[in-house]
Design a protein. Structure first.
Length: 286
């Protein structure tokens, strides 16, 4: 029996296209998946995969500096603390790291707490946050692991795209479409459920924007994950980053399933469950 015919309550799957259009009612009672492919959520996945202890997303560079000062004062040392992030794509003055996932190697970040601020990605995480809410962090680097987690999640799901400069972003919507496509195909597969399905989550109900995102993924990438990179490099923000010398980041962020981890944001920190830790392949790790 496919899971979609089990008795649980229907699970609504929706997509919100931009940080600015994410409302409290979109996330209430649902699992939120924050997506900023270029580059914030890719960098978070890479950093945690490289062994960072945790990421503390903050809204502004000033807030990052203030948080660093507080942590330094309470620990009596700056040891183990890093500042990371960007504005206009570039590392901020006085920061240890920018927003390139390739900078976040095990040598640099293992065991470290990273206070992190980016233009859209960290704002989306903060906007999605709320008490008792599950917030997952998705990128192409960990896309299948996120899809797997969503398959069993008992509530509705909102795929919260950061977008670019207040508008639609192709790469974020493609990742949302990839995740919806995975769930749709699996729900339609009669062999998808094995064993006792009596306590299985309910069927998925895909809202208009979720269906549209999946259609976009199928149209532009042919529904093939391996063809995503070809499309992602043509996106507005990809072209901006490439023109500023970050072309290697774009190619890396478009790589599918380099790692099977699902970062979670709770109580002001993004972390991995210990069992989920595996090194993220990073060409700069040597
Ligand atoms: C953001 O959060 O707006 C992006 O990650 C910007 C960037 O590519 O550095």
């Amino acid at each position: 029996m496919p899971l979609s015919t089990a008795l649980g309550a229907p699970r609504v799957v929706d997509v919100v296209p931009t940080l600015q259009t994410l409302r409290p009612e979109d996330v209430a009672g649902r699992v939120a998946v924050v997506i900023d492919v270029l580059r914030a959520t890719s960098t978070i996945v890479a950093a945690l995969g490289a062994g960072a202890r945790d990421i503390r997303p903050v809204a502004t560079p000033e807030e990052a500096q203030a948080r660093l000062a507080r942590l330094e004062a309470s620990r009596g040392s700056r040891e183990g603390l890093l500042l990371g992030g960007e504005r206009e794509g570039f590392r901020l003055p006085g920061f240890d790291l920018g927003n390139s996932p390739l900078e976040y190697t095990p040598k640099t970040v293992a065991g470290k707490t990273i206070i992190f601020t980016t233009t859209n990605g960290t704002q989306t995480l903060r906007r999605a946050a709320g008490a008792h809410r599950t917030i997952l962090v998705a990128s192409f680097l960990n896309a299948s692991a996120v899809a797997e987690r969503l398959w069993t999640c008992p509530t509705g799901i909102v795929l919260a795209c950061a977008g670019t400069r207040g508008g639609f972003s192709l790469e974020d919507t493609l990742l949302a479409g990839f995740l919806v496509d995975r769930l749709e195909k699996r729900a339609a597969d009669p062999g998808a459920a094995v064993g006792d399905t009596s306590a299985a989550p309910g069927p998925f109900v895909f809202r208009d924007l979720a269906r549209s995102a999946a259609a976009l993924y199928r149209t532009l990438a042919g529904g093939r994950g391996e063809d995503l990179a070809r499309v992602v490099v043509t996106a507005d923000h990809a072209r901006y980053l490439t023109s500023r010398g970050f072309g290697a980041d774009v190619a890396y962020c478009a790589s599918l399933d380099l790692v099977a981890v699902v970062p979670e944001y709770a109580r002001g920190r993004v972390t991995l469950a210990a069992a989920g830790r595996r090194p993220v392949p990073n060409p700069r790790s040597g």
